[in-house]
Design a protein around this ligand. Structure first.
Ligand code: FES
Length: 106
């Protein structure tokens, strides 16, 4: 099973502002939803745009390249031109740090 990795301090993740963070060799985007922090892959399934540059609204993040929208909790596509969802990584908070686990190949 993959290991938990500290990717950011919790106070670095501000509401309404996506934060790109390194998870091993990948980039994930962290978003604060109230007291919760979610982590999604930072690679749009439409054409590889960096989701972390997008805007947050109504529980979704919008890709800055062509406007596809993804649900922050499930990663599912809410509007085209993307048709495949984003992976949502498990997150836990530990000693003031956001810890993420890459469970895609567990
Ligand atoms: S690269 Fe994200 S919508 Fe096109």
């Amino acid at each position: 099973m993959s290991e938990w990795v500290r990717v950011a301090r919790t106070d670095e993740v501000q509401a309404e502002t996506p934060l790109a963070a390194n998870l091993d060799d990948e980039t994930v985007v962290l978003v604060r939803l109230g007291d919760e922090i979610v982590a999604l892959e930072d690679l749009c399934t439409h054409d590889g745009g960096e989701i972390s540059g997008g805007c947050i609204a109504d529980g979704a993040i919008e890709c800055p390249r062509h406007g596809a929208r993804f649900c922050l909790r499930t990663g599912e596509v809410l509007s085209p031109p993307a048709y495949e969802g984003l992976h949502v990584f498990p997150v836990r908070i530990e000693d003031g740090f956001v810890c993420v686990r890459d469970d895609r190949w567990d």
